[in-house]
Design a protein around this ligand. Structure first.
Ligand code: ATP
Length: 446
């Protein structure tokens, strides 16, 4: 079996035709860089989020979750520094008036003045300026300065702001962490590369509170945990790399940051970030809000502001890395000895959007009267697809392309032997399983 390289074109096409991700507002000509998750995309995304939540909240006694409001008091963003400093450097091409992020155009050591505009190739740039990425809106009927609010640019801040309420309500002791999954908005200057960089996206973030002396141990443990998650959802480790962010490039709140990068077809770029945020956030919010953020250790009575380790995951970048890792194009030899190309998404079973496809060999009543109730029964436990049109070979290929681990064929022999054929996505091997044993077979294998 020979393997081919995956390109973005192949992924974007497959995503659209099979219903993972569509261009947003498609019938109106789309909206630049906005994407909708289709029937399979929403299943895949939910499975990724559920795996994350299970691994980092439900399976741990030192973690709790929250789901905070998306629009917060603007004072939060003044205190956090976002209103003043959450910006990217921007330049405008004086010829075609396209705008770009300066740091995306030039690398250290290259000169902007000599860099051609990616759109029109001119080399006539405006002075670089700072562009704030906060997405603004107005609350209520008055569109003036008193009504200005922001869509959150990250989920993190709510976890700092809710710290006193959570610690009182949950009675957790340091070290413990909070987790949140939700949408974030950034008015990105140059969104692009499919769902890699968009203005509306989803994050899964953790704020882990520790004693100041414990930050290094916790940082290393979380780096390990992040790789554990990537293994669990099937992100190819050979395509990931740790980038230690240089001291002079650290964000104002961070003493150490490691970016986990992924080799996308368009280059090596950030997938996740892990930051040591010191006590910056809790102390800043204490100062601006007047709320006490000091923690008293119940054993030693020591009083301190907890320090924070922040593992931050993008949902959409996870989904893209999962698709890119799962995509395989193989040359296979068919039963009749001919060569054929098979596209298969080798998703981990835990995150595959559809777990089982029920495929009656023909549409005849005698088969569907067995296949239909079987599909309904299995659907109570697993996500099931039911497909009775086209040749069985084409239906297998379609399920391979959407990464379904098992296909179940109900055929005319089923009428006599009360058994079905189960085909494995990866090995393409087929086994005959009695109908009565099917549920326990999947319970064992899924
Ligand atoms: P970048 O350097 O790529 O702009 P960042 O360092 O600003 O990313 P963070 O602020 O650390 O990103 O956000 C945490 C995570 O959220 C990122 O690692 C990424 O997975 C995701 N993310 C950030 N911005 C976007 C975006 N515009 N579209 C999709 N995902 C994003």
């Amino acid at each position: 079996m020979a393997e081919q390289d995956v390109t973005m074109e192949k992924i974007v096409n497959l995503a659209k035709t099979r219903g993972f991700v569509f261009p947003g507002s498609d019938i109106y000509g789309g909206l630049a860089n906005s994407w909708d998750y289709g029937p399979l995309g929403v299943e895949l995304k939910n499975n990724i989020k559920q795996t994350w939540w299970k691994m980092f909240v439900q399976e741990r006694l030192d973690m709790v979750g929250i789901d905070a409001a998306l629009i917060m008091n603007p004072k939060v963003w003044e205190a956090s520094g976002h209103v003043a400093t959450f910006s990217d450097p921007l330049v405008e091409c004086k010829k075609c008036h396209e705008r770009f992020r300066t740091d995306h155009l030039v690398t250290p050591g290259t000169d902007l003045a000599k860099t051609p505009c990616p759109s029109c190739k001119a080399t006539d740039w405006s002075e670089p300026a700072s562009f704030n990425l906060m997405m603004k809106t107005w609350l209520g009927p008055k569109e003036d300065a008193t009504a200005v609010a922001y869509f959150r640019p990250e989920t993190a801040q709510a976890m700092f702001v809710d710290f006193p309420n959570v610690i009182t309500a949950s009675r957790k002791r340091v070290p413990f962490g909070m987790a949140q999954i939700g949408k974030a908005f950034r008015n990105e200057i140059t969104p692009g590369n499919f769902i890699f960089r968009t203005r509306e996206f989803e994050q899964m973030e953790i704020e882990y509170f520790v004693h100041p002396s414990q930050w290094e141990v916790s940082f290393e443990a979380w780096l390990e945990n992040m790789y554990g998650f990537m293994d669990r959802v099937g992100i190819d480790r050979s395509k990931t790399h740790n980038l230690e962010v240089e001291k002079d490039e650290l964000a104002h709140y961070s003493k150490r940051t490691v970016d986990i990068e992924f080799d996308y077809p368009f280059g090596r770029k950030e997938l996740y970030g892990l930051a040591y945020r010191t006590d910056f956030d809790l102390s800043t919010h204490a100062k601006h809000s007047g709320e006490n953020m000091i923690y008293t250790d119940p054993m030693t009575n020591e009083k301190y502001v907890p320090h924070v380790i922040e593992p931050s995951f993008g949902v959409d970048r996870t989904l893209l890395a999962v698709l890119l890792s799962a995509y395989h194009e193989e040359t296979v030899t068919t039963g009749s000895g001919e060569e054929d190309t098979r596209v298969v998404l080798r998703f981990k079973k835990e995150i595959a959007p559809i777990k089982i496809a029920i495929l009656p060999l023909s549409k005849k009543e005698e088969l569907s009267s067995i296949a239909q109730p079987l599909a309904e029964r299995l659907a109570k436990k697993w996500r099931v697809d039911y497909d009775e049109t086209q040749s069985i070979g084409k239906r297998y290929r379609r399920q391979d392309e959407i990464g379904t681990p098992y296909c179940v064929t109900v055929d005319f022999d089923t009428l006599n032997d009360q058994a079905v054929t189960v085909r494995d996505r990866d090995t393409m091997e087929q086994v005959r399983i009695p109908l009565l044993e099917l549920e326990s077979y999947f319970a064992q294998n899924l």
